[in-house]
Design a protein around this ligand. Structure first.
Ligand code: SF4
Length: 324
């Protein structure tokens, strides 16, 4: 089964990216799995601070590798090193009705989330067309997505159908593989996100992780040690359910009965989180002294990706009747 997925190099990756995507991607690693660093997509929101995109590309590849993606089993590539993405996106933009993009529910959500940036641009509105090109170029059978990405995938399927109907059948309609990861909370209890500054990064040292855990917000209603807690609203408890599975029910019971303090609760959670994150951190540290090798992995992966992408693009151009 051919799989395509990717992330934008707008920052280093964090625990939310790891639990929400990377851990899942590893299950699909085969020679038919393509994992992209989506730098064109990064530009749709970061065009005014573009200098950091290039730096973040290598950081994100190191995060992919440290998290356990294996470039010998799957293909890790850079979107802009495969120019076919931009070319197919242009072609698909000719057949995509504006109304399909304007009704995209994540467009308005993103505008709200990315306040302070002028996103009234052609590129930002057309983001799902570029995403459709990413998927269709590889004739992906499936795309691992979170629920919030489902409308984009549906749009890609609609664009493929329209193309196949207008010209001839060239593109596959990729299915969604829905990842059932709940929203990963950040250290302040909101969704873990770079834009909120509440992340635990894969590149954080064990000391930094401990410090961040000890600064996490807890149940806001629990002001004193003797106040009974509500673990279901506490981000520390969420991580107990992930990393301290065997004892999380005890944690919840003791919290509700005010039989445990938040400081000891955080220390216990940190002690379970550390063995999970430490090997990733150590692999990443080792990769930092091998940046040339990391770049080579990306160049080699992009060469492999281009081979597949160029065949699909040639077929699409032939179907449309463009070129000579
Ligand atoms: S005791 Fe633990 S679960 Fe309960 S509020 Fe404090 S940190 Fe959260």
């Amino acid at each position: 089964m051919r799989i395509l997925s990717g992330m934008r190099p707008t920052s280093r990756l964090h625990l939310g990216n790891l639990l929400g995507a990377l851990e899942n991607w590893k299950k699909f690693e085969t020679k038919d799995a393509f994992f992209m660093i989506a730098d064109w997509h990064a530009l749709t929101t970061e065009y005014a601070s573009h200098t950091s995109i290039k730096e973040n590309v290598v950081e994100v590849v190191m995060d992919y590798l440290a998290a356990g993606l294996d470039p010998d089993r799957s293909t890790i590539f850079l979107q802009s090193l495969v120019p076919e993405h931009a070319e197919l996106a242009l072609m698909l933009s000719m057949i995509t009705p504006l109304s399909w993009l304007e009704r995209n529910p994540t467009y308005k959500d993103q505008l709200r989330e990315q306040q302070g940036k002028d996103l009234a641009t052609h590129g930002f509105l057309g983001y799902p067309v570029l995403q459709a090109a990413d998927i269709l170029l590889y004739q992906a059978d499936a795309v691992p997505v979170g629920e919030d990405q489902l409308p984009h995938l549906e749009l890609a399927r609609e664009i493929a159908r329209r193309f196949n109907h207008l010209y001839r059948k060239v593109f596959k309609e990729a299915e969604a593989i829905l990842t059932k990861t709940p929203k990963i909370p950040g250290t302040d209890g909101r969704k873990m996100s770079k834009s909120y500054g509440n992340t635990i990064d894969l590149s954080d040292s064990p000391e930094t992780v401990d410090k961040k855990v000890m600064q996490m917000v807890t149940d806001p209603a629990r002001k004193r040690r003797e106040d009974k807690g509500h673990p279901e609203v506490c981000p520390v408890y969420f991580f107990h359910t992930v990393f301290n599975k065997e004892h999380h029910e005890t944690v919840a019971k003791e919290c509700r009965a005010a039989e445990r303090g938040c400081v000891e609760c955080k220390q216990e959670m940190a002690s379970h989180l550390a063995p999970f994150l430490k090997p990733i951190y150590e692999r990443r540290r080792a990769l930092e002294s091998e940046r040339n090798r990391v770049q080579e992995i990306l160049i080699e992966g992009s060469r492999k990706a281009k081979k597949v992408a160029s065949e699909t693009l040639a077929e699409a151009k032939d179907a449309v009747g463009i070129g000579i």
